[in-house]
Design a protein around this ligand. Structure first.
Ligand code: ATP
Ligand code: MG
Length: 358
């Protein structure tokens, strides 16, 4: 039996509710198969912690997390705590502190009932976004000059290092090679307007492309890419994008697959020096929090990705079968999927289906 130490940060709002279901899925797998065991350590960090303690997480938070096999995160954000504080002092601190330079986000339609575009079948929307996750537009560099004066200016500097950009592109090319779809990689750019950073991005992309002659490529400006994702999503396979562009396009991707309730993600440190963090794309959704309305599928799909990364592909497949099976019982799903069910009922259904498959 393989044992894993998992750090659990449920965070705020619906993060807490969906995390319960994610953990339930892992416990079910452990009980049913005896193949894996999980030792969970819970951390109450997040916005409530901030309101009580003046900080989002402990000062030695990274030290506390560094020896875990993986970190699970629900969501952070709370009315009353500025979003840029909750993002910077917890999420970005972990992503950057643990050099999780890959943000891995699948965009895959499971049931045509969930797609906002008429006539799209599940196979038509199946792409993986590789978003640069530690620098770019999120580098946090800049400031306000001549504050309060008429000439006041805000500066926000993007940072693209050769080292990280190369590693991100290598990861994306390798995935396009490994993945059995189109062996195609799309690079998202905006080099007509961003004449330093994105021209540099394009240069590295061309250098890397030379090492992967078997991979077909496309380079689109982010605005055109948004349009093509709607017009012909089937032409996308693996997509590599900067931190900001990847963030925006993956919300568009989430919409294509049925909403944020389906959007799973992972912050990966591929070098294995630090733990990776598995986190759904959605936020804390305060307006539906505490009501049992949150769709736990994004979190459970995130758990599936974690199992893949830990090397348990067949358990990961079982989780996916649980998710897919649940979509056949529409009336029992959460309201965003057209049902009358609750967060915990959907978790139960998925665990039930998994136990029948094992
Ligand atoms: P945050 O500030 O933490 O990012 P937010 O208000 O931006 O929170 P998100 O969670 O990012 O909220 O999502 C935007 C909206 O999408 C939510 O308000 C909610 O209506 C919907 N949504 C997001 N996640 C889910 C989910 N898991 N289940 C159902 N609806 C969801
Ligand atoms: Mg949000």
């Amino acid at each position: 039996m393989k044992k894993y130490k998992i750090a659990v940060i449920p965070g705020d709002g619906i993060g807490v509710e969906v995390m319960k279901e994610g953990v339930k899925v892992l416990e079910t797998l452990s009980k049913l198969t005896g193949e894996v065991a999980f030792d969970f350590t819970w951390f109450d960090w997040g916005c409530e912690y901030y309101l009580e303690n003046g900080k989002m997480m402990d000062d030695d938070g990274l030290e506390k997390l560094k020896n875990f096999d993986a970190i699970l995160l629900g969501a952070v954000g709370f009315p009353g705590v500025p979003d840029h504080v909750s993002l910077r002092d917890l999420l970005l601190k972990i992503r950057q502190g643990f050099d999780q330079y890959i943000n891995y986000r699948p965009v895959k339609l499971l049931s045509e009932l969930d797609c906002p575009i008429k006539g799209k079948k599940p196979g038509d929307i199946d792409m993986i976004f590789i978003r640069e996750n530690t620098e770019g537009e999120y580098a946090g560099i800049g400031g306000i000059e001549r504050e309060g004066k008429e000439e006041e200016i805000a500066l926000q500097t993007s940072v693209f290092t050769r080292k990280t950009t190369e590693k991100v592109m290598d990861y994306a090319f390798d995935l396009a090679k490994k993945r059995n779809k189109l062996n195609h990689l799309t690079s998202i750019t905006k080099s007509n307007a961003l004449n330093h950073s994105m021209v540099f991005w394009d240069k590295i992309f061309k250098e890397k492309k030379a090492n992967y002659p078997e991979i077909k490529t496309a380079e689109y400006h982010v605005d055109a890419a948004a349009m093509y994702m709607i017009q012909r999503p089937e032409s996308f396979d693996v997509v590599v994008a900067s931190n900001l562009f990847g963030d925006i396009l993956t919300d568009l991707g989430a919409a294509l697959q049925g909403g944020l309730g389906f959007a799973a993600g992972a912050n990966i440190n591929p070098d294995g020096k630090y733990p990776s963090m598995f986190e759904p794309v959605h936020g804390s959704a305060p307006e539906i929090a505490g009501k049992g309305l949150a769709n736990p599928i994004a979190m459970i799909w995130t758990i599936k990705i974690m199992l893949d990364f830990l090397g348990h592909e067949s358990l990961a497949d079982t989780v996916m079968k649980g998710i897919e099976g649940s979509l056949e019982m529409r009336e029992k799903l959460t309201p965003d999927m057209g049902g009358k069910g609750s967060t915990s009922q959907v978790g139960e259904i998925i665990c039930d289906i998994m136990s029948k498959k094992l």
